[in-house]
Design a protein around this ligand. Structure first.
Ligand code: PLP
Length: 410
């Protein structure tokens, strides 16, 4: 029943291939710049000190058990997540215009949002509304929305010439999207390019989207991890909220808490200020509960407990902000070091984009041939599109990497 004409072999995930090749490489000096997880200056996974503390507190709690969480998740976690994304005093929270569900990290939040849209969004339209996503985007976005049969379209995002935002391309395509289309936006630290719109550009995006009746879906996977400031990294979402949009948010705690494998995340539905807002939120919440039940029944408890403990305790929260500055600070230092070394070597081209870009990833502008040569000759592993994970660089290998880039660019 499952012959190869029915179930063809799927292509290998390029990232897994890359990781396997890196592991097989026996060279003494090799660098993994593919990884999407933070590494410390020794190239090791880093448990945030605040997570360690929260973990110890949890383990001492005599009331801890392994019962199911409610379908919508741990209430202290979802309410703290709302405050983190929208701010403590946000009208969204005080006017109860938001409903939130704990999810299987950011991917699960995107998925439940996609599923909800596929079932309930603009069903009466003659053509199913499409979701517009940046070109390029996190590869999984295409699959998550494609799986629930939401047509996917692209808006230009990255200019290869300037290694920065192709704002005109982006805004013009968004302008030409049919009314009712969904637009997926990375709240900060765009993956894979590391390029974010400026606040001025965000304002223009919001204005065009409002005028053309487009629906925003924010993916926030790096709040606090990008700039080190939670408020700064959350600015775009809150600007859209202030403009009165109805919108969705998929929030991940993988990167900013280092809780990758614990799958802690949250999905938020926000409705516009209106007299029936609470009624809308109640109806949407009731349907989300059914979707959640059929997909996962109940979300996983452990990561949410850790995050909740930290988010709801002022002392631990302050420690978390410190840890965020440690991670984002190290990454910013590596950007400076890499750019500085390339400029010192007078490597052909301009390298300011390395420090202009933000977050875990950088689009270097290296082409496929150069990426191939870096791997063959220098044991440096990165994706073919020239993306590097800044987390893979440290004071012990950044000069080696810059020398290697210099050699393949010349
Ligand atoms: N969205 C973006 C842009 C990401 O880069 C990631 C992780 O790499 C995610 C969402 C979701 O990650 P997770 O499901 O681990 O929270």
């Amino acid at each position: 029943a499952f012959g190869k004409d029915i179930v063809p072999q799927a292509p290998e995930d390029p990232m897994f291939g890359l990781m396997a090749a890196y592991r097989r490489d026996t060279a003494e000096m090799k660098i993994d710049l593919g990884i999407g997880a933070y590494r410390d200056n020794n190239g090791k996974p880093w448990i945030l000190p605040v997570v360690k503390q929260a973990d110890e507190l949890l383990r001492k709690d005599p009331n801890l058990n392994h019962e199911y969480l409610p379908i919508a998740g741990l209430p202290d976690f979802t309410s703290a997540s709302q405050k983190l994304v929208f701010g403590k005093d946000s009208p969204v929270v005080t006017e109860k215009r938001v409903v939130s569900f704990q999810t299987i990290s950011g991917t699960g939040a995107l998925h439940i949002g996609a599923l909800f849209l596929s079932k309930f969004y603009n069903r009466s339209a003659s053509e199913a509304p499409a979701i517009y996503m940046s070109n390029p985007t996190w590869a999984n976005h295409n699959q998550v929305f494609g799986n629930v049969n939401i047509p996917t379209k692209q808006y230009p995002y990255f200019s290869r010439e300037t290694c920065s935002l192709d704002f005109d391309g982006m805004i013009n395509t968004i302008k030409s999207a049919p009314a009712g289309s969904i637009v997926l936006l990375h709240a900060c630290a765009h993956n894979p390019t590391g390029v974010d719109p400026t606040q001025e550009q965000w304002k223009q995006i919001a204005s065009v989207m409002k005028e053309h009746h487009l629906f925003p879906f924010f993916d926030t996977a790096y709040q606090g991890f990008a700039s080190g400031s939670l408020a700064k990294d959350g600015w775009a979402i809150n600007y859209f909220v202030e403009q009165g949009f109805e919108l969705l948010v998929a929030q991940s705690y993988a990167k900013n808490f280092g809780l990758y494998g614990e799958r802690a995340g949250c999905f938020h539905f926000v409705t516009s200020p209106a007299s029936n807002a609470q009624d809308t939120v109640a109806r949407v919440g009731s349907q989300l509960a059914i979707l959640q039940r059929s997909e996962i029944s109940n979300p996983p408890a452990y990561g949410a407990r850790i995050a909740s403990l930290v988010l709801n305790d002022p002392k631990l929260f302050a420690q978390w902000e410190e840890d965020l500055r440690t991670m984002s600070g190290r990454i910013i230092e590596m950007r400076k070091a890499l750019r500085g070394k390339l400029e010192e070597l007078k490597t052909p081209g301009t390298w300011h984009h390395i420090t202009d870009q933000i977050g875990m990833f950088s689009f270097t502008g290296l082409d496929e041939r150069q990426v191939g040569e870096l791997r063959e000759k220098y044991h440096v592993y990165m994706t073919k599109n020239g993306r590097i994970s800044m987390a893979g660089l440290n004071t012990g290998n950044v000069e080696y990497f810059a020398d290697a880039v210099d050699a393949v660019v010349r």
